[in-house]
Ligand binder design. Structure first.
Ligand SMILES: Cc1ncc(C[n+]2csc(CCOP(=O)(O)OP(=O)(O)O)c2C)c(N)n1
Ligand SMILES: [Mg+2]
Length: 577
């Protein structure tokens, strides 16, 4: 066992004291957690100060939800839990949406919130920011813990880390009452209570017979397809996944955040032939992708008429048969499963019938060719194709930049138009389609990777986290935000059906200048009305690394209701739109 001195780096002096604040910081640092995203206030203001003094990066946001989204995506990018630190009740609740989002998306994250006096909270006597936070958090995260004694901080932090990253990753809540932070104890004894989490996410090796079964199903395929989910991107098994896809010769379809795991321009990529491969495939191997709404639950019109067999690779056994029968469940961590499959394929794997791969390629080439001229249009006001065509070229020329993306039309068009070339470069709204992840995600991506970030934002989407442009300027981050300003949610053209003076429910102020928001904090603001102007402004921003916001004026008529998921809107039988 490590001695106290080994754990903290230096032996405390005899008689020296430590306290809850410092034990929390020491426990995080011992586990290589060096960044905190949060908002200060009672009772955690000093915790942030002391953490900064102890050499941690403590990034203060303007709203906890954005700090939480930052922590969530930091977890996704690093495989270490991202930490969000908040005050009690309202701060905690502001962070909770991000914690639930992290859990839904399988991102490792720890929400640490200060809380009020247990004795008063439990008797409901009306303490400052009184709330039973642990009870509220529990149904929304993977695990929730409260620490009441300073000597339990080490084990509490260790449990939180392991719960967040092991198995299927997710959000964990850690409740730290105000009193705990001030609790003092002997420093040497305190150091001994710290726990270094050994092998926080142990490999989970798939059963050999599950691999053999999967290979049999794959061998039987006439029209196979591989679907890569963001779980595959999270796994950081990039080389093994590329080797598996290439050895198999099968077309692959990347889900949104798996784009770039193999380049979208890869000869086997079926991204531009999505409808065809989903409908006509006979065997589908899902790697870190779930058969949730984003894949129409694995059934119905999207999936065509013919019978399908699924091979499903996931670390969570409960995921199997969640929506349809899985012919070959492969349960284990993705890196281990993929390398076991690769081994099992041996040296003489039979490529899928050329009839199938040629049909996929023909469809894809046809769709790409159809789109190409639209992406080169220089219309004023811009439409989505013209503006995104310009950004597509920029990402092609700067493939290691990170693309953050949210909105409805702005999201759906960007996903299909902007090709990605490297793993984990596309960060977006995730499983829930959350508006508001944009600025928190952009900030964490810049902080964690040091790479330039291009955030492509619908004007509504941007509004949810827009105040964080001050945070971007304060930390001088290389973030270029492009607001697709079409004057509203989906379109800017709706009118109030009552004829009254209020604006329609989906429209915003006409001619708004979001670029001025960035200028207010010392960043660069640009108003761009053509694809050429947009292109120039983004390139300048990416070269300079200066915080920049470009107000991209988009035709208010260009979008469609709910982007590409308008079919999910319930229809009224009595009112016609
Ligand atoms: C937290 C949250 N609130 C509300 C929504 C509903 N919603 C979906 S897209 C969207 C905004 C779309 O408008 P915009 O970002 O301007 O994109 P556009 O289609 O106009 O390009 C909203 C409010 C959501 N997805 N998430
Ligand atoms: Mg809009």
């Amino acid at each position: 066992m490590a001695t106290a001195a080994e754990k903290t780096g230096a032996a405390p002096e005899a008689g020296a004291l430590t306290d809850g604040f410092h034990l929390v910081i020491d426990a995080l640092k011992l586990n290589d957690i060096t960044t905190i995203y949060g908002v200060p206030g009672i009772p955690i203001t000093d915790l942030g100060r002391f953490a900064q003094a102890a050499g941690m990066r403590v990034l203060s946001f303007r709203h906890e939800q954005n700090a939480g989204y930052a922590a969530a995506i930091a977890g996704y990018l690093t495989q270490k839990p991202g930490v969000c630190l908040t005050v009690s009740a309202p701060g905690f609740l502001n962070g909770l949406t991000a914690l639930a989002h992290a859990t839904t998306n399988c991102f490792p994250m720890i929400l640490i919130s200060g809380s009020s006096e247990r004795e008063i909270v439990d008797l409901q006597q009306g303490d400052y920011e009184e709330m039973d936070q642990l009870a509220v958090a529990k149904p929304l995260c993977k695990a929730a813990f409260r620490v009441l004694h300073a000597q339990d901080i080490g084990i509490g932090v260790a449990r939180a880390i392991r719960a967040a990253v092991s198995g299927r990753p997710g959000g964990v809540y850690l409740d730290l009452p105000a009193k705990l932070l001030g609790q003092a104890m002997d420093a040497a004894a305190g150091a001994k209570t710290l726990v270094k989490v050994i092998d926080p996410a142990p490999r989970q090796i798939p059963a050999p017979d599950s691999i053999a079964r999967a290979l049999d199903v794959l061998k039987s395929a006439k029209r196979p397809l591989i679907i890569l989910g963001k779980g595959a991107a999270y796994a950081q098994a990039d080389d093994a996944i590329k080797a598996l896809v290439e050895k198999s010769g099968m077309p692959f379809l990347p889900m949104s955040m798996a784009k770039g795991l193999l380049p979208d321009t890869h000869p086997q990529c079926a991204g531009a032939a999505r409808s065809l491969v989903l409908q006509d495939s006979d065997v589908v191997m899902l790697i870190g992708a779930r058969l949730n709404w984003l894949l129409s639950h694995g059934k119905g019109k999207t999936w065509g008429k013919g019978p399908k067999k699924f091979v499903h690779i996931d670390i969570e056994p409960k995921e199997m048969d969640s929506n349809v029968e899985i012919a070959a469940p492969v349960v284990g961590d993705i890196a281990s499963c993929v390398s076991a499959l690769l081994d099992g394929m041996g040296g003489r794997w039979q490529a899928p019938p050329a009839e199938w791969t040629e049909a996929v390629k023909a469809k894809r080439d046809e769709n790409v060719a159809k789109m190409a001229p639209r992406l080169r249009n220089n219309n004023i006001p811009m439409d989505y194709q013209g503006a995104l065509g310009a950004l597509r070229t920029i990402i092609q020329q700067r493939p290691d930049a990170i693309l953050v993306n949210e909105g409805a039309n702005t999201l759906d068009f960007a996903r299909s138009i902007i090709d990605m070339y490297q793993p984990r470069k596309r960060l977006d709204v995730g499983t829930w389609g959350v508006m508001g992840v944009g600025m928190g995600t952009a900030i964490a991506a810049a902080v964690v990777t040091g790479k330039p970030v291009l955030a492509v934002e619908g004007d509504s989407a941007f509004g949810f986290s827009g105040m964080e442009v001050e945070t971007i300027c304060r930390y001088n981050l290389p973030v270029c935000v492009v607001v697709f300003n079409n004057g509203g949610i989906y379109r800017g053209t709706d009118v109030n059906p009552s004829g009254g003076a209020d604006a329609a429910t989906t429209v915003f102020v006409k001619g708004a200048r979001y670029d001025k928001m960035m200028e207010a904090f010392g960043g660069v603001g640009v108003n761009a009305t053509s694809p050429d102007e947009l292109s120039r402004a983004v390139n300048t921003a990416m070269d300079s690394g200066k915080p920049t916001l470009i107000n991209a004026v988009i035709d208010e008529k260009a979008g469609t209701e709910s982007g590409r998921i308008g079919n999910l809107n319930p229809q009224s039988v009595v009112a016609k739109k």
